[in-house]
Unconditional design. Sequence first.
Length: 382
Amino acid sequence: MKKILIVGAGFSGAVIARSLAEVGHKVIVIDSRDHVAGNCHTYRDKKTGIMVHKYGPHIFHTDNETVWEYINRFGEMMPYVNRVKAIAGDRVYSLPINLHTINQFFSKTLNPNDAKAFIASQADKSIDEPKSFEEQALRFVGKPLYEAFFKHYTIKQWGTEPSNLPASILKRLPVRFNYNDNYFNHKHQGMPKNGYTNIVNNILSHENIELKLETVYVEKMKSGFDHIVWSGPLDAYFNHQLGRLGYRTLDFKPFYGTGDVQGNAVINYCDKHVPYTRITEHKHFSPWEEHDESICYREYSRACDKEDIPYYPIRLMNDKERLQQYVDMAEKINGVTFVGRLGTYRYLDMDVTIKEALETSQALLRSFESDTKPNTFYQKVV
Ligand SMILES: Cc1cc2nc3c(=O)[nH]c(=O)nc-3n(C[C@H](O)[C@H](O)[C@H](O)COP(=O)(O)OP(=O)(O)OC[C@H]3O[C@@H](n4cnc5c(N)ncnc54)[C@H](O)[C@@H]3O)c2cc1C
């Protein structure tokens, strides 16, 4: 049996730890934070008793039956449908842009077919091959919807003009021609009754797993382990020798209120003059609970500095070049597998994180069994 060090107690680290532990390997999981679950961490606010998503709103959604079974094995999932509202130009709209949004925005009563024709008439047909996010949006939805819902929100979120962002961000027409305002299209959607941290604690609760919180990885920890699974930032493993991979970070500014403060879990603010991107009212993530008070987070996005928490990988051209260099460096070393959103510098939803972690575990187990060298990456990273 092997002795494995796993850096990071988010979903990536926890799922891999559990899979290895269940077949008898000894696993030590460390995390620099004082809690498990990484960025999915939830806690009960002391003042109100409300379950708060500390690092931003997390809604579980998936089409993958294996992943859905897995999450349900470690915690009770409650039915939850994410419906998002947006404030633009001092009016409230329904997101994602759907027939209701179109009719409200243009003061019309269009049916689906007429709305399709109407949106097609708005689209900028002079753009043959969209090169940027801006051109893609203009070609799909036209100027009025682009300016109201995409332009300023994107500038706030990414700190750059949409003309500097790749067209690939908007892969499909971001509009629905019916009244479906369910934010996600997946078959399964839900919210853990006792929070994500409870689920990750349950995943990690195994006799072959030792958990050490408030423990930052240092190189001398390497010795004594047969293999390391690294779910921290890829560039941090190499002490940022080649410079930092670009991230956006988020600041959450909490405020309290009584009763129902905004009537919905998440409201996006699309206008330029509002400095935050959205407000989350956490009690709405647990509609089966009753609370008189309320806690909300205003969310601000900005460039990620050295001491900040990395949230969204920027992945512009210069980041991708640097990423390739780090990947090349990583491929040259032995004994480490890089996983998860930070280890592979990609945005990953929770269900994809769990799916990849399960696949990586199986691959690691196969290489341990056959005594072959585990891969440095099991996913295509660049
Ligand atoms: C704002 C926001 C909202 C999101 N909303 C959703 C959503 O609604 N639905 C959804 O499915 N997904 C959502 N996600 C994605 C979700 O957060 C990720 O899928 C998930 O966190 C990935 O887990 P992970 O284990 O790979 O990374 P993380 O959760 O980041 O875990 C990595 C862990 O490694 C630890 N670590 C790093 N370096 C070291 C070190 N040197 N030593 C020790 N420990 C270290 C960190 O402290 C951290 O706990 C959202 C992400 C963001 C940013």
